[in-house]
Design a protein around this ligand. Structure first.
Ligand SMILES: [Fe+2]
Ligand SMILES: [Fe+2]
Length: 222
């Protein structure tokens, strides 16, 4: 079901839209039943902002990479961080964003819980075993595993990062890391753009970051 991972950065084979993400919200209502099943889990860690914006980016990436299994990518990004809703909230900021946050135990826990949520929510909505296994394979390790394992995995990872380049993502995530917006924008350019796996995401991130830096006047507010 999943496609082999090409060498990175992966060149786009379809159209790349670098306009502001607010211009292209996620399409359709076919995922509404999944959204409705995870409303409580969206209330943690601003998932109700992060997940819909990252889904919109994921759909753009699927247009740029038409060879990817679009539905797996869409469902995996929608559910990938719902596990945060099942872990101890007081540990999210203290452990999830401090020190070596990528390896914090709470990160592994949110991935495990996300898989349990996917396994609970998807089968009653008609998703078969193979589909659920593919989605869980992407959710499990999305933060803690170093390498992407498929094209779909790469698109989910990039969509998970891209929302941070929009001014909504900067507003929320700069606070999580205790950084002012200008310092956070610098970190996005220095640390997050080099982590992106697809050429389409790199183009989107650079365009968003240019707009966000201008909008937030980070050249003087520093
Ligand atoms: Fe995550
Ligand atoms: Fe995420």
């Amino acid at each position: 079901m999943l496609s082999a991972l090409p060498p990175v950065p992966i060149p786009a084979t379809g159209p790349v839209d670098t306009s502001p993400i607010a211009l292209t919200p996620a399409l359709g209502s076919d995922l509404d039943a999944i959204w409705q099943s995870v409303v409580p889990e969206t209330r943690t860690r601003s998932n109700d902002i992060h997940l819909p914006i990252s889904l919109a980016y994921a759909e753009r990436l699927c247009a740029a990479y038409p060879g990817a299994h679009r539905q797996v990518v869409r469902v995996a990004i929608l559910l990938h961080d719902t596990g945060w809703g099942r872990v101890d909230e007081s540990r999210i900021i203290s452990e999830g964003f401090g020190g070596d946050w990528r390896k914090a135990e709470i990160r592994f826990e949110h991935e495990r819980q996300g898989c349990i949520i996917a396994q609970t929510v998807l089968p009653p909505l008609g998703y078969d075993d193979e589909f659920v296994t593919s989605v869980c394979g992407i959710i499990d390790g999305h933060d803690t595993r170093k390498e992407a394992e498929s094209l779909e995995d790469a698109l989910v990872r990039d969509a998970d990062r891209l929302w941070r380049f929009d001014h909504a993502g900067i507003a929320l995530a700069s606070g999580w890391f205790g950084l002012d917006p200008a310092t956070y924008c610098d970190r996005l350019a220095r640390e997050i753009i080099p982590e992106l796996l697809t050429e389409a995401a790199i183009a989107m991130a650079n365009a968003d970051l240019r707009r966000s830096n201008a909008l937030l006047k980070t050249s003087v507010l520093r």
